[in-house]
Design a protein around this ligand. Structure first.
Ligand code: PGA
Length: 252
């Protein structure tokens, strides 16, 4: 059975005091409210160790927002998968659209990063999704197909089963505009069918495919109720416990 997951991508938000507060609030909440889904956060890299200390019993998964494809060396500003492994982080978000847009990240980079994580036993949350122009010109199925194939289809069946995919249409991220549950479902089903065609239905059925892009307390339940949507990657609404907890409860 695939996992249901609500993951919060904090992006570049919160100072250390605020980060510590929200991490602790989330732990208290989680202890009092057993959830029907796994809960992960991806705070800024600076706070990953603190998150691992607060969640010492792995109550909440801790993910980096990105990482280098290289093992170590002269890559100023980067963090490596070995560093993540050494603090017992659970994995990393890979190829988020903001990394693609502002840092030139491609699916070939994503392919190497995903492999580097899997080789160390960490979990990639691989993001894809089309831009507004691509959707308007009807290329969204093709774009997502090319992204998924380039980033993931060199993996073995055993490897790809461990990847979490997040479909995040670029036009819905941070814009307040959400893909309708039907629009999201048809792309999720498309991604799953591509995986089934290459690796078999059994493998495809094991992979959690999250939706991301303006998921909020008032639309989460409808989005998550779609058959191929296994949870969400949440940006803005992950920054306040009040909103994030309601999204977690959409699985209850
Ligand atoms: P948003 O961000 O929920 O603020 O739209 C989602 C994401 O970028 O992962």
């Amino acid at each position: 059975m695939r996992k249901y997951i609500v993951a919060g991508n904090w992006k570049m938000n919160k100072n250390v005091i605020e980060a510590q507060q929200l991490m602790s609030q989330l732990l208290d909440y989680k202890k009092q409210n057993p959830s029907n889904c796994e809960v992960y956060i991806a705070p800024p890299a600076l706070y990953l160790m603190m998150a691992k200390e607060i969640y010492e019993n792995n109550e909440i998964g801790v993910f980096a927002q990105d990482m280098s494809e290289y093992e170590s060396g002269a890559y100023t500003g980067e963090i490596s998968v070995g560093m993540l492994e050494s603090i017992d982080a659970d994995g990393a978000i890979i190829a988020h659209s903001e990394r693609r847009q502002y840092h030139g990240e491609t699916d070939s980079h994503a392919n190497r990063k995903v492999k580097a994580l899997l080789d160390k036993g960490l979990t990639p949350i691989y993001c894809n999704g089309e831009t507004l122009e691509q959707r308007k010109s009807g290329q969204h199925f093709e774009v997502v197909k090319n992204q998924t194939e380039t980033a993931l289809f060199t993996l073995s069946a055993e490897e790809i089963k461990k990847v979490i995919i997040a479909y995040e249409p670029v036009w819905a991220i941070g814009t307040g505009e959400t893909a309708s549950p039907e629009q999201a479902q048809e792309i999720h089903a498309h991604i799953r069918s591509l995986i089934a065609a290459k690796y078999g239905q059994e493998v495809a059925d094991e992979i959690s495919i999250l939706y991301g892009g303006s998921v909020k307390p008032d639309n989460a339940k409808e989005i998550f109720s779609q058959p191929d949507i296994d949870g969400g990657l949440i940006g803005g609404a992950a920054l306040k416990l009040e909103d994030f907890s309601k999204i977690i409860e959409a699985f209850n």
